[in-house]
Design a protein around this ligand. Sequence first.
Ligand code: C5P
Length: 234
Amino acid sequence: MADERLIVALDFHTADDAKNLVDELGDSVNFYKVGMELFYSVGAGIVEWLKARDKKIFLDLKLHDIPNTVAGGLCSLMNLGADILNVHAAGGFTMMKTAADALHNEAERRGVNCPKLIAITVLTSIGQAEWFGAREIPAQVADFAKLAKDAGLDGVVASPREAKLIRDTCGENFLIVTPGIRPAGVSVDDQSRIATPAAALQNGATHLVIGRPIRAAKNPRDAAQKILTEMQTA
Ligand code: C5P
């Protein structure tokens, strides 16, 4: 059974590229992220294709609109059967609560499993110099995480830097999905390197989203295997 704490990002433009990587990784990876690039390019068929292969899916479309619109959008996405959906915490408490309630009610009405709903805290691309909020980024991240939890969400997407603070603020049983992960000794793009797999997990991350270090590797299966081995040391 593959370690489902690893989510491989399928940031491709074509379904063929995405499918080739999934086939190459085979049973070593069970969880995939489908984001804007792939979904906007090839549509829902890729989610159905992954589901037909018993893969789990984090559908990373980052909804951000008024409560009623986000709730409706999420209920439409629920048809696809993804395991995790997400919204921006900056949409506010009412938006998150309306969305979570709508998803739960709709899943109960249909008699299906409810996907997990998680919130983006602060984008990892925003540094303190660019930050528009009145407070420091970590404090804002912790507040967003608490707001998401109080609104009934299952977790957050956050930088591995803030994972420990979120775990301390929100307790156990709260998903912390962290991007910006680079295996020790692998240089893909230093701008994106925030933490190693082991460090992110030690800080409290429940899932690691990793794309380029695997996609860009000569042998993606070996690259994934090295990451999985590194994760075991956490
Ligand atoms: O950089 P990498 O290819 O591993 O990115 C995988 C995913 O993680 C991307 O789809 C992006 O959404 C997210 N990411 C992020 N912050 C970073 C690096 C990546 O949110 N610093």
